[in-house]
Design a protein around this ligand. Structure first.
Ligand code: FAD
Ligand code: NAP
Length: 570
């Protein structure tokens, strides 16, 4: 599918390529990347597996799916007219509403004409001589581009555990992250659901209302804070819009990139009654902002446990059967696995038609024709839901055969854990730009805000390359090593690394136990800005082949060697 707008990435003597950039994915990240590159006069082709835009919000159509960052914040800020004109209807928008919003964005900026739907990128190979990427898709097509932008998501590679007998189940099966477009009616059905993460916690109450019987197979209980979702008061919306910039600026100052205040006191600076009052107020009003109650909740186990115990006391208050309440009570550090936000989750276990099955000690042994087996016990149902999550952060990238300099595979490079500079680049893979990659705040922040920051940073870097006549950019090994060490150092000072979670890959057998996201949105932005202020310190550039020499040869050591190698490779 060659495009008329052919480009010459390596200079006039380099082979022409089809696009300035290929973008993988048409969610929040892919749509904004396309918009941004177009505004710079660049050509781009987006590939998307799904048949429509939306990414997460295209795929996760399960009952109850909605954001848990408030709607007014979980939205783009790059275009003020867009944020002024869109009217959110609820405090936490539902999946259909967010999908409508993203379709509106695609139409408003006329994005669809550059997107190929129903097309999976299977491979991307860097051609060192030409300084360009060749991208292959599952329809057998190949396109070339100077830049390859991975907007493939953090939570788009579904995880279905390799249960024995998985194909033998005779009834209907669903994964929450690949839910059909048509409504699934559970009336009169017996349903089994595996998993109790955020997705399960959102859909369980609604499925329980419809189904005859619901069996919930729980390996680890989760902390969940009530959403107190409600229609958005038009006056509140108006007030936010009157100073949207103020809201966004406040959010950017917080570690999570979300506008909630973080208490200045430490947990033990206040008396126990005062502490509980603070927790109660946050519980009633803040959703995920509950975790900002005190300054040291992520610093020490003792401080953290006061918040954890507060939530456990709420579970005991809500769930009538003490044995079930105990099973539902988590005992890991609160906040260190993704905290959930729910509507009526714990109370659902008071229903007669809901059974909680603990599979922590005795795991699911086998999926059978009529249900599943835990130990000697058979559970029978006619619909099975996998709410088993994702191969997070790295999965969407390593499932594509990405090959950089010397044919080296990204999956191979990241076998021991992902390595990146700022999450946006990885050494040995020139002009491969990753949005919300491992090593960036991504999943520990309001992701829309982090995505916009990454898209803008990457677009600016591409702009800088064009202004300076550079054909290729690549993270240096030294800078990448230093960034990985910094990401780990920041994480190690918290309780995050002391808790098994998908943040450290614990949900995928054999995945290297490496903490992937960067903690702290404001610090991250500062670091990104510093890199730019120092002339893209830590990145090596290669000039177009028709230019006399590489500009940053002055860099010492391996960086210069890499620059020289890249120049030779041209
Ligand atoms: P995605 O939306 O995941 O889009 C990536 C796209 O890339 C997908 O459509 C996928 O099909 C496509 N793709 C992947 N690989 C390929 C390939 N090889 N070829 C072609 N296309 C490919 N974050 C928050 O901050 N707040 C929330 O409240 C929140 N709620 C969430 C609720 C759910 C149910 C889930 C699963 C995640 C939630 N998240 C939330 C995280 C959410 O993923 C991000 O907020 C955001 O939507 C990610 O956008 P994205 O464009 O980076 O990735
Ligand atoms: P998840 O949080 O990873 O939960 C997966 C669940 O499946 C866990 O309970 C896990 O148990 C269980 N599981 C996995 N393998 C299992 C096995 N072999 N046997 C038994 N149980 C097994 O996935 P998710 O719920 O889809 O959420 C993923 C992320 O998406 C969230 O953390 C969040 O970032 C985002 N999300 C957000 C919202 C929102 O509220 N806005 C909603 C949905 C998703 P273990 O915990 O023991 O591994």
């Amino acid at each position: 599918m060659p495009d008329p707008q052919s480009k010459r990435p390596g200079g006039t003597d380099a082979p022409a390529c089809d696009f300035d950039a290929v973008i993988v994915g048409a969610g929040f990240a892919g749509l904004y990347s396309l918009r941004r590159l177009r505004s710079m006069g660049l050509s781009a082709r987006v590939f998307e597996i799904g048949s429509g835009v939306g990414g997460t919000w295209f795929w996760n159509r399960y009952p109850g799916a909605r954001c848990d960052v408030e709607s007014m914040e979980y939205s783009y800020q790059f275009d003020d007219a867009l944020q002024q004109e869109w009217e959110w209807t609820e405090r936490y928008a539902t999946q259909p509403e967010i999908l409508r919003y993203l379709n509106h964005v695609a139409d408003r900026f006329d994005l669809r004409r550059d997107i190929r739907f129903d097309t999976r990128v299977t491979a991307a190979t860097f051609d060192e001589a030409a300084g360009q990427w060749t991208v292959e898709t599952d329809d057998g097509a190949r396109v070339t581009a100077t830049h390859c932008i991975m907007a493939s998501g953090c939570l788009s590679a579904r995880n279905i555990p390799d249960f024995k007998g998985i194909d033998s189940f005779a009834g209907a099966t669903y994964h929450t992250g690949d839910w059909p477009e048509e409504e699934v009616d559970f009336s009169g059905r017996r349903v089994g659901i595996i998993g109790t993460g955020s997705s399960a916690i959102q859909c369980i109450p609604l499925i329980a209302e419809q189904a005859d019987r619901l069996f919930v197979f729980q390996r680890t209980p989760n902390y969940s804070i009530p959403a107190f979702n409600a229609p958005l008061d038009p006056e509140v919306q108006k007030a936010v819009k009157a100073d949207y910039a103020g809201l966004r600026a406040r959010a950017r100052r917080n570690r999570s990139g979300i506008d909630f205040t973080v208490g200045e006191s430490g947990v033990f600076d206040v008396a126990p009654e005062e502490r509980d009052a603070v927790y109660e107020e946050r519980w009633q009003t803040c959703g995920i902002g509950f975790l900002g109650a005190f300054s040291d909740l992520f610093a020490t186990a003792e401080a953290n446990d006061t918040a954890a115990e507060f939530v456990r006391s709420k579970i005991r208050e809500t769930v009538h059967d003490p044995a079930v309440a105990e099973l539902l009570s988590p005992h890991y550090h609160i906040g260190c696995k993704r905290t959930c936000v729910d509507t009526d989750y714990y109370a659902t276990y008071n229903r007669d038609n809901v059974t909680l099955v603990d599979v922590s000690e005795t795991p699911i042994g086998e999926i059978t024709r009529s249900g599943l087996k835990v130990g000697e016990r058979d559970y029978e149902f006619d619909t099975l839901i996998f709410a088993t999550g994702f191969d997070a952060m790295t999965g969407p990238l390593t499932r594509i055969d990405i090959r950089g300099i010397g044919g080296r595979s990204l999956a191979e490079k990241w076998k021991g854990g992902p390595r990146s500079l700022l999450g946006v680049a990885t050494a040995g893979f020139p002009n491969l730009h990753i949005i919300a990659g491992p090593g960036s705040p991504s999943v520990l922040s309001n992701m829309v805000q982090s995505i916009e920051q990454n898209v803008e940073w990457i677009a600016d870097c591409i702009g800088y390359m064009r202004e300076n006549g550079f054909a290729c950019v690549e993270a240096t090994v030294e800078a990448e090593d230093a960034w990985v060490a910094h990401v780990n150092e920041v994480a190690d000072a918290t309780l995050y690394t002391k808790t098994k979670s998908w943040y450290i890959g614990s949900n995928i057998p054999g995945k290297a136990p490496v903490f992937m996201p960067y903690i702290g949105f404001p610090d991250y932005v500062r670091k990104c800005d510093e890199v730019v202020a120092k002339g893209y310190a830590g990145f090596a550039f290669v000039e177009h082949s028709d230019a006399p020499e590489v500009l940053d040869d002055s860099k010492p050591g391996r960086e210069a060697a890499r620059t020289a190698r890249l120049r030779r490779a041209r």
